[in-house]
Design a protein around this ligand. Structure first.
Ligand code: UD1
Ligand code: UDP
Length: 384
């Protein structure tokens, strides 16, 4: 057997750390002789409950390299990451740089690797919101167009890439100019299936918060478009209070640090007081993955602007009110599992009302078979 494939995996933000757990686990349990993974953490997220908790709970090995970049404007943060990743790639040889999703850590990894001609593998390729006002849309388009392997979670993602001119031929060895587009399934589905039982066994969040199964609404809010706009953030929090008032179901909201800061700055004082004092609104610090899965499994309804939380709600058969005008996960909307309500108080209320009355139909799986991580490792090895 030759030298193992040397993968440099770049993570930085919460959802990437969670996604990386799936492939890291697949390597350690099925490919340890053939793949050697080096883990680089950019430091984009750094609070213990935004980063370390996921290493501990999901059994991810300690990062081999940390850049400690932290928070800054898009340009400064991304530039620091590019500089750090470039240094690492120049110091040691890596066969592939593995990137997840659409954050500034993804963008930095793609730009640094592509310019040094190190092949890029992009997990969660092909997603499009068709809204370039989202920083994530820019990041994912650039990363896809720098990649040698594009691992798509869904058929829609493959179709998006075909429309952008990607060739679907995989008979010749992939290069940056002739990449392979592969429908691999979604590593988040792998994770949700793997950790669901453990979450039920270990998490005490429902007891701690006095929540009954099917007796509460789970909400998350963190997109800059929502948090940094005074009209939108006030409308969203008014709507969340309205859900408690109209249905008597407590609303549980693990608060992202960006959101916590912007609530202080932008909520109208009477609303801020009502939010802080209302017993029907459970504001929590960001929770670990096991608590999050336990909350998703037990909630009656999920209200979110998160990409990952939309899908996890679907995995556990929960309806989703999406606090955005569009979504990359269009399958959920097409199948009636999710409704786009934007930051519109009336639309949020009426979507929630319909879901609480009617529930959602069960749909066949659309995010693979829970083995996406193995499929990705096998595809990388096949072409080396
Ligand atoms: C980032 C991603 C977004 C992803 C989200 C996941 C980009 C452009 N955005 O958004 O796509 O959905 O992560 O959660 O990459 N902060 C802390 N502690 C932390 C991290 C952040 O206090 O550990 C605060 C800082 O004030 C920071 C702000 O949150 O300025 C925003 O963090 P940042 O990583 O820039 O963007 P997110 O909104 O987290
Ligand atoms: N998540 C978590 N704790 C929280 C909120 C979210 O563990 O308090 C998990 C969630 O289960 C999902 C991921 O974080 O796996 C989604 O990340 P986030 O919403 O921050 O980003 P997005 O998916 O929108 O990029």
């Amino acid at each position: 057997m030759g030298q193992p494939l040397r993968i440099l995996t770049i993570i930085g933000a919460r959802p990437q750390i969670i996604k990386a757990a799936a492939i890291s686990h697949a390597i350690r349990t099925g490919f340890q002789d053939r793949i050697r993974e080096t883990l680089l953490h950019t430091g984009q997220h750094y609070d213990a409950n935004m980063s370390q908790v996921f290493f501990d709970e999901l059994g991810i090995p300690r990062a081999d390299i940390t850049l400690g970049v932290g928070s800054a404007s898009h340009g400064v943060q991304t530039a620091r990451m590019i500089e750090g990743v470039e240094r690492v790639l120049q110091a040691d040889e890596h066969d592939v740089v593995l990137l997840y999703g659409d954050t500034n850590s993804t963008l930095a990894g793609a730009v640094a690797a592509a310019k040094l001609h190190v092949p890029v593998a992009h997990v969660e390729a092909g997603l499009r919101s068709f809204n370039k006002a989202m920083p994530e849309e820019i990041n994912r388009i650039v990363c896809d167009h720098c990649s040698t392997w594009l691992f798509c979670p869904t058929a829609t993602a493959v179709a998006n890439l075909r429309r952008e001119g990607f060739n679907m031929d995989t008979t010749r060895a992939p290069t940056a100019d002739r990449p392979h587009v592969v429908e691999s399934g979604d590593v988040m589905y792998d994770n949700s299936m793997r950790f669901a039982e453990l979450a039920t066994a270990r998490s005490t969040v429902l007891q701690d918060q006095g929540l009954a199964p099917e007796g509460f609404i789970l909400a998350t809010v963190h997109r800059d478009h929502n948090t940094d706009d005074p009209v939108r953030i006030n409308a969203i929090f008014s709507a969340l209070l309205g859900l408690w008032r109209d249905h008597g179901l407590p609303v549980v909201l693990p608060v992202h640090p960006r959101t916590g800061k912007m609530m202080e700055q932008l909520l109208e004082p009477p609303l801020r007081d009502a939010v802080a004092r209302n017993a029907g609104l459970h504001l929590l610090p960001p929770v670990g993955f096991l608590d999050m899965i336990a909350l998703e499994r037990a909630a009656k309804l999920v209200v979110t602007d998160s990409g990952g939380v939309q899908k996890e709600a679907y995995f556990f058969g929960k309806p989703v009110v999406v606090l955005r005008p569009e979504t990359e996960w269009v399958e959920l909307v097409e199948r009636g599992q999710a409704v786009l309500a934007d930051a519109d108080q009336g639309r949020i209320a009426s979507a929630a009302m319909s879901f609480l009355r009617d529930g959602v139909p069960r749909c066949p799986p659309i995010f693979g078979d829970g083995q996406a991580a193995q499929a990705i490792c096998a595809a990388l090895l096949r072409t080396f």
